[in-house]
Design a protein around this ligand. Structure first.
Ligand code: ZN
Length: 377
């Protein structure tokens, strides 16, 4: 997800905040200060409501973060790399590298988030019971956290993609039938039905004159609908790439160059004349890195004679996969590290290169042949 600001790292996982969260933060603070708190805890000063609202919104932010960290902790424990956590208007997303290889992994990773939220909510509710009326503001804050965490947990348990409950549903169907593609399709369809239910319910609220809550529910339904649809497509691509080993799509081992070559020589000798976009770089006979056409633009124009390959290349250790690895995993790796290619190696030997364009060409192929068939008939 683009348009995010990284606010920090926890266990090395970058925590990003999408700009929609800033809008949500303002809206939540305002609606708590002007609506929720004065209504349920009347008789306080305006300033009290505002700082209480601000602290509550920040605590909600922390609650969502804890929910996401629970997903990440289980993923890490199951050996799945977590690339980042992004918080946005409807909550959070943990971006896992590749997908969980087994139904049990997916089940545990998905279910722990909502359970954590519900446990937090229950703890907050128990705390409210023992707090005295003397600490009214604290009581109001903890009550709010009890309510929101339980809602957060329950909402995410709804059984439709892309919600956690949809992943739980998928892992169960996957585990029982052994058919990942069918499980994905079912969870995505359930997600779309859920989104229509939300939009219908929101529309009813609007008709009854509840404008704000009606709009909000329609908006949630619309959001679920678009994400269910795009995750279905993403999953279809993943299903396709899961069947294909890297060795089927990769290009041959590449042109090699020396690291002390100038950029000018690199461009003329290797990339232009050979028509190659990538070359591996050797230093004293050892693999030192990789250099691509894109790297060339890092050298200021007019200084191509002085700048050497070693100054612009990506240094070893390089991202590397085995030729028998699933292409879906290799693509996840490239997307996660924001690079365009990975080297393919077997027993320490370089055997090829897989780039994003190899994958794109492969995915376009069925469509291209389909078009041709249409022309023929
Ligand atoms: Zn979750």
């Amino acid at each position: 997800m683009k348009a995010t600001v990284t606010v920090g790292r926890i266990y090395g996982i970058p925590i990003g905040v999408h700009y929609t969260w800033l809008a949500a933060f303002g809206f939540i603070t305002w609606s708590l200060a002007e609506g929720f708190f004065p209504r349920f805890f009347p008789g306080w000063e305006t300033i009290t409501y505002w700082w209480l609202a601000w602290v509550s919104a920040a605590s909600l932010f922390l609650s969502v973060l804890i929910h996401e960290l629970a997903h990440s902790a289980v993923a890490l424990k199951r050996g799945i790399v977590v690339q980042s956590i992004t918080l946005f208007i409807f909550g959070g997303v943990s971006n896992l590298r590749a997908d969980s290889g087994r139904a049990l992994d997916e089940f545990l990773i998905a279910v722990v988030g909502p359970l954590t939220s519900i446990a937090l909510g229950a703890t907050a509710w128990l705390t409210v019971q023992v707090l005295s009326d003397d600490v009214g503001a604290l009581r109001a804050l903890v009550s709010y956290l009890a309510l929101t965490n339980v809602i957060l947990g329950a909402f995410n348990l709804l059984p439709g993609f892309p919600l956690d409950g949809g992943r739980v549903l998928r892992s169960l169907v996957w585990g029982v039938t052994g058919n990942f593609a069918r499980a994905t399709a079912l969870a995505a369809t359930a997600g779309q039905m859920l989104s229509f239910a939300f939009m219908g319910f929101g529309a009813l609220q609007l008709l009854e004159g509840r404008i704000l809550s009606g709009l909000w529910i329609v908006f949630i339904g619309w959001f679920l609908n678009t994400t269910a649809d795009s995750s279905r497509r993403e999953e279809q691509v993943n299903d396709l790439l899961r069947e294909v080993p890297v060795s089927a799509l990769m290009g041959p081992a590449m042109t090699s160059v020396r690291s002390d070559l100038s950029v000018a020589e690199l461009v003329t000798d290797m990339l232009l004349r050979g028509g190659r976009r990538v070359a591996i770089v050797f230093e004293e006979g050892r693999l030192a890195g990789i250099v691509t056409i894109t790297d060339v633009w890092r050298a200021p124009e007019g200084r191509w004679e002085e700048v050497t390959v070693s100054q612009i290349m990506t240094h070893a250790p390089l991202l590397s996969v085995s030729p028998t690895e699933k292409t879906s995993v290799a693509l996840g790796l490239m997307v996660g590290r924001d690079v365009n290619q990975v080297v393919v190696s077997e027993a320490g030997q370089l055997v090829g290169l897989l780039s994003r364009s190899h994958v794109v060409n492969y995915l376009d192929f069925p469509r291209a042949t389909g078009d041709r068939r249409e022309v023929d008939s």
